[in-house]
Write a protein that binds this ligand. Sequence first.
Ligand SMILES: Nc1ncnc2c1ncn2[C@@H]1O[C@H](COP(=O)(O)OP(=O)(O)O)[C@@H](O)[C@H]1O
Ligand SMILES: CC(=O)N[C@@H](CCC(=O)OP(=O)(O)O)C(=O)O
Length: 298
Amino acid sequence: MTDPLPNVHVRAEILTQALPHMQRYDQEIVVIKYGGHAMGDPAAAEDFAEDIVLLEQSGLKPIVVHGGGPQIGRMLARLGIESEFKGGLRVTDEATVEVVEMVLAGSINKQIVGWIAAEGGRAIGLCGKDGNMVRAKRALRTIRDPDSDTEQEVDLGLVGEPEHVERGVLDAVLKAELIPVLAPVAYGADGKTYNVNADTFAGAIAGALRAKRLLLLTDVPGVLDKDKNLIPELTVEDCRRLIADGTITAGMIPKVETCIYALEQGVEAVVILNGKVAHAALLELFTDFGAGTLIRRT
Ligand SMILES: Nc1ncnc2c1ncn2[C@@H]1O[C@H](COP(=O)(O)OP(=O)(O)O)[C@@H](O)[C@H]1O
Ligand SMILES: CC(=O)N[C@@H](CCC(=O)OP(=O)(O)O)C(=O)O
C-alpha cells in the first residue's frame, strides 16, 4: 500500500503553506466526514479537531459528519447483540438501532464536540432528528448473490436512506458561528429511528447545502486498486466499473456511492483520503500535498 503524503508533522510548516490559499474558501461550506476507523487514533483525532477549528477561524464553514462503525460494533459485542453487514451496511433491528443511537448521537458526538472545545472552537452536536434535519425512509438494496449470480433484494431493517434534508437548522447554527457536528441518525415519517451510513448522511448534507467540497476521511489512503496501490483520480464511470468487478467492496461501496450522489447534486469536488495522516483535512484543502482519491463527474 502506498501513501504519497510527505511526512509533514510541523504545524507551522503546514500553516505557511496554507495561508495563501485560505481566501479560496471564504464563507464556503465544506462537509468533512470523519470515519470511525480514522477516529481510533488519539493523536490524529487531536489534529483533526485542531484542523476544524483552524478552518472555521480562516472563514470557511466546516460541517462535521462522524461515523462510529467500529465503536458501535464493540458496544454491541459487550451487550451480546450480534451484528452483520450486507453491502457495507449494518443490518439493523430495534435492539441494534437503540445502541447505534446511544453510541453515535451520545458518546461519539459529544466526544468530538469536546475535542473541538479543547482546541478553542465552539461546536454543537446534533443528529438528523434534531430540528427535523434529516428524514429517512427504509433503504432498499439489491446485492448480487455469488452462488446464483442473480440480484437479490435484501432486508436491512432500520437502515435509512435520507429522503429530505431541512437545511434551516444548519443555516441557523452556521449563522450563530457554531460548528455543526452531526451524528448519522435520522427520523422517519413512520416515527421510527433510522441508522444511516455516515458516508450516505454526509453526502445528503453536502448535496442539500451545495457544499464546495466533501472530504471523506477514512483509514486507507483512498480507493486502492487490486494491488493495493492508490488510485489518485476516478470518474463516476470508473467507480461503477470498480464496484462491478469487485475491486471496491465492503465499506468503500457506500463511500463511493456517496461521492457519485454528491457530484450529481452539484458538489464541486469529492475526495476520499486517509484521516489518520496528521492534519489530513488542512493539507487537502489548503496545500499542494492533498492526496487521496479525487472523484470527478467525467
Ligand atoms: N478498493 C478499495 N480501496 C480501499 N479500501 C477498500 C476498497 N475496497 C474495500 N475497502 C475497505 O473499505 C474500508 C473503508 O470503509 P469503512 O471501513 O466503512 O471506513 P470508515 O469507518 O472510514 O467509514 C477500508 O478500510 C477497506 O478495508
Ligand atoms: C447503516 C450503517 O451501516 N450504519 C453505520 C453507521 C456508522 C458509520 O457509518 O460509521 P463509519 O463511518 O465509521 O463506518 C453502522 O451502523 O455502522
